[in-house]
Design a protein around this ligand. Structure first.
Ligand SMILES: Nc1nc2c(ncn2[C@@H]2O[C@H](COP(=O)(O)OP(=O)(O)OP(=O)(O)O)[C@@H](O)[C@H]2O)c(=O)[nH]1
Length: 367
């Protein structure tokens, strides 16, 4: 009756590995305990009314439904170790639920619901081993309640009691399911973010090298398997070290960011771009011949020339680009990169700020 969203058994070991998660347990359980105990008290009250119970049991019912959830939260919150204190509260929850079974003369539906939801809550709390630890406490509380009431046994549940049980059954289970759904959504979202962190370079927004190489290798495989062209652009920022040296690494980062953004703007659907090294980018253009790839490269070269950085307003910027069409001789991605790299080297050697098509034709040079 008091739990937050659930996790798998494997997750249980790690859910509370951070101090933040441990400290958050009392708060997480508080609202579920308020709802579960409050709705449970409704069912108990109906049974007490039918039993014409005395004031002591009515007081216990009010304490269970109205006072205990707040008291438990305050106890945990004020404790030096809220996580441990909340575990004691969870044990107390189970004892309270079990104690109420004989107090209701074993009225079948509310008794089964209290025990079942209390057990499910322990499992769903994600606290390792808590369900096992509640078992002896629950048995003791059930015996104590039985001794106090002489084990009076009236299991039949009237329609009124059944109706009073419905809110506990429907609202509580609905809320727990909702909590689980939110947890699953959060996990999916976090997984996406983690996946992105592992794939995308934070500065340029381009794929990281390892990921790019995998996708580029698949594109090269398609070249051989489907006999269709693909072109590789290897791009290097000219004089990048000078930007770093003259204006600082933040300016260097800003240039990489701007150059990455300019490249992403020009990419077509299907193009595979990555940050290949410090100031080197690589783009595989699948189903693209040299001419079309050269047009794309020239557009990029021209776009980089227009970059003006607030961090280094007096610096002009440019890139050199080596371009290589995939061929039969490129059995491995490294062979293809090697050819584009040779063209890039030639672009650098012959003056920078230009494209060179392998095997050596220079295009778009501006000197
Ligand atoms: N700011 C910044 N600098 C980086 C980063 N990664 C690598 N570098 C630096 O980039 C510089 C690359 O220098 P070079 O390879 O000599 O490149 P270059 O100055 O463009 O020389 P050319 O390619 O011949 O034009 C090195 O000084 C690296 O320390 C980064 O993420 N941020």
């Amino acid at each position: 009756m008091n739990t937050g969203p659930s996790g798998t058994e494997a997750a249980q070991a790690t859910v509370f590995s951070s101090p933040r998660a441990r400290a958050a347990l009392p708060r997480r359980i508080y609202r579920y305990r308020m709802l579960g105990m409050g709705l449970g008290a409704l069912a108990m009250a109906m049974v007490l009314w039918e039993l014409q119970a005395g004031p002591l049991r009515w007081i216990l019912c009010a304490l269970t439904g109205l006072a205990w959830p707040h008291l438990a939260y305050q106890l945990a919150k004020r404790s030096a170790d809220p996580f441990k204190a909340e575990q004691r509260n969870l044990l107390a929850d189970s004892a309270i639920a079990a104690f109420w079974v004989p107090l209701m003369h074993f009225n079948l539906l509310p008794s089964v619901l209290l025990l079942a939801l209390s057990a499910a809550d322990k499992v769903n709390s994600d606290v390792p081993g808590i369900f096992r630890r509640t078992l002896p406490v629950s048995v003791a509380a059930l015996l104590a309640g039985g001794l106090a009431t002489g084990f009076a046994f009236e299991p039949a549940s009237s329609t009124a009691v059944i109706l009073a049980c419905l809110p506990m059954l429907l609202i509580h289970t609905g809320l727990v399911s909702l909590g689980r759904q939110q947890l699953v959504r959060k996990v999916v979202q976090k997984n996406r973010e983690l996946d992105l962190l592992g794939r995308v370079d934070r500065v340029t927004g381009l794929a990281l090298r390892g990921h790019w190489e995998r996708d580029a290798a698949l594109a090269l495989h398609d070249v051989h398997a489907l006999d269709r062209p693909a072109t590789l652009l290897l791009i290097d920022v000219d004089g990048f070290k000078r930007v770093n040296d003259d204006s600082g690494h933040l300016a260097g980062d800003a240039l990489l960011r701007a150059a990455g953004a300019a490249l992403r703007t020009l990419l077509r659907p299907g193009d595979i771009a990555g940050r290949y090294g410090g100031d080197e980018f690589a783009v595989v253009c699948p189903a693209t011949g040299l001419e079309e790839a050269a047009r794309l490269a020239e557009a990029y070269r021209a776009a980089v020339e227009t970059i003006v950085l607030a961090e280094a307003p007096d610096h002009g910027h440019s890139v050199s680009i080596g371009i290589a069409l995939a061929g039969r001789g490129h059995a491995r991605i490294e062979d293809w990169i090697h050819e584009a790299d040779a063209a890039l080297y030639e672009a650098k050697r012959s003056g920078r700020n230009r494209l060179v098509l392998s095997p050596g034709e220079a295009l778009g040079a501006t000197g």
